[in-house]
Design a protein around this ligand. Structure first.
Ligand code: PBG
Length: 327
């Protein structure tokens, strides 16, 4: 016969496992938790079944569960009681994220806590920085010092990794400088520098109550049509000293993850965002797709594209699948 026999290596489970190129591990997973400043709340987010806003006084259970399942990294998002024009709550040492960070670190000192450094959950207008009163656009250079204060306050509270998601130019330079000056030379920056202006963040904005009250984020987040621009963002962030790079969203941007892999040597993080979770969940709750198989296939696709870690709302489910299934 004059053809190649690719099926030889697909003949049995053990044969297939032996030649598998990509694997997903629990250590790859980062689990997002929404912490609300009000007491006694456990409220399911209607567009994200299985994901909750949790009060500080009742978030322990969630952290215990995640830890027991094998999750060793969480990213925290805060829903403050009060918001204002400058997002003061983001850099308040007694703010919700600072308290939640201390709480997680006191429960499990070895659990890595990632802090999302942004102002949108704390501003009354819902934008990621301070606004120009005439144009209503976010002023880049006036926002930077507030982000630096936020990052330093998060590091002081015990955050292990600073993950700035605001998309202001120069944030890596400024935050690195601020962290170093405050004595946090060893706290890494995981940059969300490649973040697209995406409709896939819709459910997150319900969860974090952070939808902009006017306009959109297109003057600071990237145009989904652009691929080369992602390489410019990458170059800047590497030059500015970021330690890890996030690509966000993940599933519609696997080409970008691959580009980052081929053009840098930093660890890459895929953010499997809220809309990706909601779509998968909705279809599986209707019985239209097999949730476990679809989720695991999605995770493998991100790793295959070049991601090292994945931020995902499915993290707890994945740990269960990894415990029970053949992966
Ligand atoms: C904060 C932030 C957002 C997300 C993560 N950090 C929202 C946004 O940019 O509007 C979205 C995450 C998700 O959709 O799961 N800026």
């Amino acid at each position: 016969m004059n053809f190649d026999r690719h099926r030889r290596l697909r003949s049995s489970v053990n044969m297939r496992n032996m030649v598998r190129e990509t694997a997903l591990h629990k250590r790859d997973l980062i689990y997002p938790i929404f912490v609300i400043e009000k007491d006694d709340v456990k409220k399911e987010i209607s567009s994200m079944p299985g994901i909750y806003q949790l009060s500080l006084n009742i978030m322990d259970e969630e952290v215990h569960e995640a830890y027991k399942l094998g999750i060793r990294a969480v990213i925290l998002f805060g829903i403050p009681n009060r918001k204002d024009a400058c997002g003061t709550g983001a850099y308040d040492d007694e703010g919700i994220i600072q308290k939640a960070t201390r709480k997680v670190k006191s429960l499990y000192p070895d659990m890595l806590v990632l802090a999302d450094t942004c102002l949108c959950e704390y501003t009354d207008h819902g934008h990621c920085g301070v606004l120009d009163e005439h144009t209503h656009d976010v002023i880049n250079d006036e926002t930077l010092p507030l982000l630096v204060q936020t990052a330093v306050s998060q590091a002081k509270a015990g955050a292990d990794i600073i993950a700035p998601s605001n998309m202001m130019d120069g944030f890596v330079t400024e935050i690195r400088k601020g962290l170093d000056e405050a004595g946090f030379v060893n706290v890494p920056i995981m940059s969300y520098g490649i973040k697209y202006a995406s409709a896939f963040y819709g459910p997150f904005r319900d969860a974090a109550e952070s939808a902009p009250s006017h306009g959109d984020r297109k003057s600071y987040q990237m145009d989904p049509a652009n691929r080369l621009e992602a390489m410019l963002e990458l170059e800047s962030d590497l030059k500015e000293g970021c330690d890890m790079m996030i690509v966000k969203p993940a599933l519609s941007y696997l080409d970008i993850i691959r580009d980052v892999r081929n053009n840098s040597n930093v660890p890459i993080v895929a953010y499997n965002v809220s809309g990706e979770y909601s779509m998968t969940k909705a279809a599986s709750m209707n019985g239209w797709v097999d949730e476990e198989r679809i989720v695991m296939e999605q995770m493998l696709s991100m790793k295959r594209a070049g991601a090292d870690m994945i931020i995902t709302y499915f993290a707890k489910d994945i740990c269960k699948y990894l415990d029970e299934g053949e992966y």
